[in-house]
Design a protein around this ligand. Structure first.
Ligand code: SF4
Ligand code: SF4
Length: 484
């Protein structure tokens, strides 16, 4: 069994020679290029494009229905996602979606650790965007460090103001786009800009602007380390076979500068490949030193891999001193054994099967979902009424909901009690009178069933669509006192 001491301490190198990543509690990251950085840019561009453009995509759902492809319709308590519609009655599907999301996250964690955090989490995407703006305006890490504590000159003040205004604009665009998911985006956009939108919309935009500005501009790594529950879960779901960013200490130690390493090699020694340049620390958005061992704050973004690969290329050593590799392989490397990949293993197989089965169940449930939801509740007090002609009567409350996007008419029906008289409560209403239902409407009717009996009967209560003949059914009982 692997025993791993996951370091909970943050590396805080002093501001002196080397590459300080953290100063006065703030992380000053250095730009880096490489394959993971490129991948992160691509994921970031995709996520931002999806986030800002999705509310403007259209999806035809018929006359009188919202045509926004993705819409949380709060007024009618419906969620539209292209051809899928989730209603307030679909709590079980929403629960399934949450369980599925958890399963997929745990599966991803078992395969590639916190890769979601490092590449696609909104906190990472927006922090990356804010850091890009910061670098473009204030310069790279060295320039920003130089500005720290420097006298506040006019150019410096201008740069800082520009940066914060740019952040605020991005944050406003983020908050603005968020509210588009809750109402018709094409109508809300001009209303927002011209001051015609509702106060609620402006409050929502202001709140999201403030949170985006604070979380992506100022809190960044603090969110990933202290506010997000994922690092807390790491201890429980950490998988030694997952491909996570690790330092191959068996190859990197003992560290020596390029010159010293050269001398050692010439003298027949075997110095490690790490030249202690601290580039891996300087680029880390979390301000940690991965060479100290797995760290619960590491988001597996791969930037230290890019930085170290660049250094290795310069000193003519093989890449991969820091790399995505399993902890088991690090242990194998220490023992001089060959590495092994074990992505297909019982845990990942079980999680994949569970996720596929749950997805299948959810798709099946959506595809076969009834057009109506029918709830019946029998009066409990009194459980039955004795009529003057000696028959018994039970009363039921029937709630029928139209789960389609069209107006529908249904009739109720009852079977299972031969000879019973069935009527809707109230005046001359009879059982086969159509009940009109607008899209999404729920109506409640009182159903009275009377009959002569000395025993209880199991009933089937149905709602039948007058146009399509679709039937929703539920079961209940006709009861009389003293009869089981
Ligand atoms: S970037 Fe590579 S060589 Fe430089 S300190 Fe980090 S691990 Fe060592
Ligand atoms: S240690 Fe490397 S992979 Fe982990 S957060 Fe820092 S840069 Fe990203």
């Amino acid at each position: 069994m692997a025993v791993l001491d996951i370091s909970h301490k943050r590396a805080r190198p002093a501001l002196k020679q080397g590459a300080p990543a953290v100063l006065q509690g703030r992380v000053f990251t250095q730009s880096v290029s490489g394959r993971f950085r490129r991948m992160k840019w691509q994921v970031m561009a995709l996520c931002l494009a999806l986030y800002y453009l999705l509310p403007f995509l259209r999806w035809d759902r018929g006359a009188g229905q919202p045509d926004q492809a993705v819409l949380f319709d709060i007024e009618r308590i419906r969620f539209h996602f292209f051809f899928v519609e989730l209603w307030h009655t679909d709590l079980i599907l929403l629960t399934g979606a949450l369980v599925l999301a958890t399963l997929v996250l745990v599966l991803v964690n078992a395969l590639v650790g916190r890769a979601w955090c490092g590449f696609a989490c909104p906190q990472t995407v927006w922090s990356d965007l804010f850091m890009l703006v910061e670098r473009r305006i204030e310069g790279d890490r060295r320039a920003r460090l130089r500005d720290q504590g420097a006298p506040l000159t006019a150019p410096l003040l201008l740069r800082r103001s520009l940066k914060h205004w740019a952040w605020i604009l991005i944050a406003m665009a983020t908050g603005g786009a968020f509210v588009f998911y809750f109402t018709d985006a094409r109508a809300l956009l001009p209303a927002l800009v011209t001051g015609q939108a509702s106060l609620t919309a402006y409050i929502a935009v202001a709140t999201l602007t403030a949170t985006t500005y604070v979380l992506a501009g100022h809190a960044r790594e603090q969110v990933c380390t202290w506010m997000c529950p994922w690092p807390r879960l790491q201890g429980a779901i950490w998988d030694p076979e997952a491909l996570t960013v690790n330092y191959r200490d068996y190859r990197g130690e003992t560290r020596a500068s390029v010159k010293k390493a050269q001398q050692l090699r010439e003298a027949g020694g075997a110095p490690g490949d790490c030249i202690d340049c601290n580039q891996c620390v300087a680029v880390c958005p979390m301000g940690i030193d991965i060479r100290e061992g797995p760290n619960f704050a590491c988001i597996n973004c791969g930037l230290c891999v890019d930085a170290c690969d660049g250094v290795m290329a310069k000193v003519a050593r093989p890449r991969g001193l820091i790399d995505f590799d399993s902890w088991r392989n690090i242990e194998r490397g220490r023992r001089g054994e060959a590495p092994r990949r074990a992505l297909v293993r019982p845990t990942t197989i079980a999680l994949t099967i569970a996720a596929l089965v749950l997805s299948g169940l959810m798709i099946g449930s959506i595809a076969t979902r009834a057009d109506y939801q029918l709830f019946v509740s029998r009066d409990a007090n009194p459980i039955a009424v004795r009529l003057s002609d000696g028959r018994w009567r039970n009363a039921y409350t029937v709630r029928v909901t139209n789960l389609t996007l069209e107006e529908r008419a249904v009739t109720l029906g009852v079977s299972g009690f031969p000879g019973a008289e069935v009527a809707l409560a109230g005046g001359a209403a009879v059982i086969d009178e159509p009940i009109l239902l607008a899209p999404g409407q729920r109506r409640e009717v009182r159903l009275l069933i009377s009959g002569e009996t000395a025993q209880r009967h199991e009933l089937a209560i149905t709602a039948t669509d007058m146009d399509t003949g679709a039937v929703a059914a539920t079961r209940d009982y006709f009861v009389i006192p003293g009869a089981d």
